[in-house]
Write a protein that binds this ligand. Structure first.
Ligand code: BGC
Length: 497
């Protein structure tokens, strides 16, 4: 059934955060067997692919983005046999599998670091002024007085990509997972691996440097040399059948800079985070969509749309409520390109804001007081006690019983059924994920677009109901409608002319 090398262009990809998705062995941590058990759920949801956040051997100093063995599964998540079984079953259901690759840094428990293979990391006699993304200095001193670089936590030493052994190792890691049948990679910190020659000071001290510098590049991100690595990787991906792809997590200063990561010589896609950052307002959405489409034209590959992931507050909370989140989702799912969903958004889960500090595990919380744990709370599967979990690694709010997959399963108005209906329509009308987009005249605070002839998407972000003169049969709406032609606030409607 799988085929079509260009599958990723309009795919709906569901991000699984393995620790929080589903727990098959009942130890309080989600696992690969749990994902496998829920393939029926994912298939009914209608996703084209899953992206698995890291499940590799890891001491979990950064939720698995600190990898100690790139070629194995951490026992907490299962085994390589579980992984193989998951891939086989996913493929049998026509669901592709993307894995996360973390090349900028390893864990400090990686055998290379443990064995003191310093030339594979970045050691110096004296630190420069670089700061860690998680706060504090980016350097840690070791016993003999020298310092190593870690752009993230001290448990995540940066690898030295000037060293050919590091490059060879990662080519091998790519092949290892491609041989096991993965359909693609999400490249973590894809803008990070190469640092400016001589590691020059940034010269700016207060606050996270990368955020302060705006358009100017810091000497540790988006350096030209990084493209050489992707030009080495692309032929490897292309040498496997079936359209193996890679999507970059790259935070760079402009669409033009981002475009340099994409194309037939480098990666297939890069996340477009601007949509995720946009305010819930017709004007902001329009500005971002126009910019993103221009960017897509620039690179000749459709863009990606994201509303939530494991690093940002969930969009129910960010946008100010479930109605708005549902409206934003229906907008996203009608835009040309691929859409990345984050596990639990189909249940309308909000950010958990009141986790006790002592339970928070995000290293960013310890270093700069900001925590991403609130979007990583395990998913409620049932409404019974425990919500489908025994002693979950983060507590699940009791009121999520109402949001559980079980509670929403047969409720036609549930968010779960809205997502299912939207993905079904997206399959039936390929123009929703592909095709052209034309802006239609609309009142203030309303966004109206036509997708290929005949499919119309209208979003009202204003405070009042909006009357729009756009006749058509309602295919789907994110909330209850009033009379014909009137769109309530915080609502998106898909119409068929
Ligand atoms: C991941 C984060 C992680 C960081 C370091 C990213 O951008 O998405 O979750 O903490 O890379 O690996």
């Amino acid at each position: 059934m799988l085929g079509n090398d260009d599958w990723w262009r309009d795919a709906v990809v569901y991000q699984v955060y393995p620790r929080s998705f589903a727990d098959a062995d009942g130890d309080g941590t989600g696992d690969l067997a749990g994902v496998r058990d829920r393939l029926g759920y994912l298939s009914e949801l209608g996703v084209d692919a899953i992206w698995l956040s890291p499940f590799y051997t890891s001491p979990m100093a950064d939720g698995g983005y600190d990898v100690a063995d790139y070629r194995d599964v951490d026992p907490m998540f299962g085994s390589l046999a579980d992984f193989d079984a998951l891939v086989a079953d996913a493929h049998a259901r026509d669901i592709r599998v993307i894995v996360d690759l973390v090349p900028n840094h390893s864990s400090d428990r990686h055998p290379w670091f443990q064995a003191g293979l310093r030339e594979r990391y970045i050691f110096r006699d004296k630190p420069n002024d670089w700061e860690s993304i998680f706060g504090g200095p980016a350097w840690t001193q070791v016993e003999d007085g020298s310092w190593y670089l870690h752009l993230f936590a001290p448990e995540q030493p940066d690898l030295n990509w000037d060293n050919p052994e590091v490059r060879a190792e990662f080519r091998g890691i790519l092949r290892f997972w491609l041989d096991r049948g993965v359909d693609g990679f999400r490249i973590d910190v894809a803008h990070g691996m190469v640092k400016a020659e001589g590691l020059p000071d940034v010269g700016q001290k207060d606050g996270p440097q990368a955020e302060m510098l705006g358009d100017e590049q810091v000497p540790y991100f988006d350096q030209d040399g990084v493209h050489e690595i992707y030009r080495e990787w692309r032929p490897i991906l292309d040498s496997y059948p079936g359209g193996r792809m890679a999507v970059a997590e790259a935070w760079v200063s402009s669409p033009e800079r981002l475009a340099r990561y994409i194309g037939p010589q480098e990666l297939h896609q890069a996340f477009n985070f601007e949509f995720m950052m946009a305010d819930f307002h017709a004007k902001s959405f329009r500005a971002v969509i126009e910019k993103s489409l221009k960017e897509a034209e620039l690179v000749g590959a459709p863009t990606t749309w994201v509303l939530s992931n494991h690093d940002k507050p969930r969009h129910v909370t960010r946008h100010g409520g479930l109605a708005r989140a549902r409206a934003a989702t229906l907008l996203m799912l009608a835009l040309p390109g691929s859409a990345y969903l984050y596990n639990g958004e189909e249940l309308g889960l909000p950010e958990v804001l009141d986790l006790p500090d002592e339970l928070r595990q995000d290293p960013a919380f310890l270093r700069r007081g900001q925590s991403r744990d609130g979007c990583r709370v395990p998913l409620p599967w049932t409404s019974a006690d425990g919500l489908g979990w025994r002693d979950p690694w983060l507590p699940i709010p009791a009121e999520w019983a109402e949001l559980s997959a079980e509670a929403q399963q047969d409720d036609p108005g549930s968010t779960l059924n809205l997502y299912r209906a939207a993905l079904k329509l997206r399959k039936r009308h390929p123009a929703l994920g592909g095709g052209t987009l034309r802006w239609l005249d609309s009142p203030k605070d309303v966004l109206a677009i036509e997708r290929d002839p005949g499919l119309i998407v209208v979003l009202n972000t204003g405070e009042e109901p909006a009357r729009v003169d756009l006749p058509g049969e309602v295919l789907l709406s994110s909330g209850p409608l009033m009379e014909d032609g009137v769109i309530p606030p915080d609502t998106t409607v898909w119409l068929q002319r």
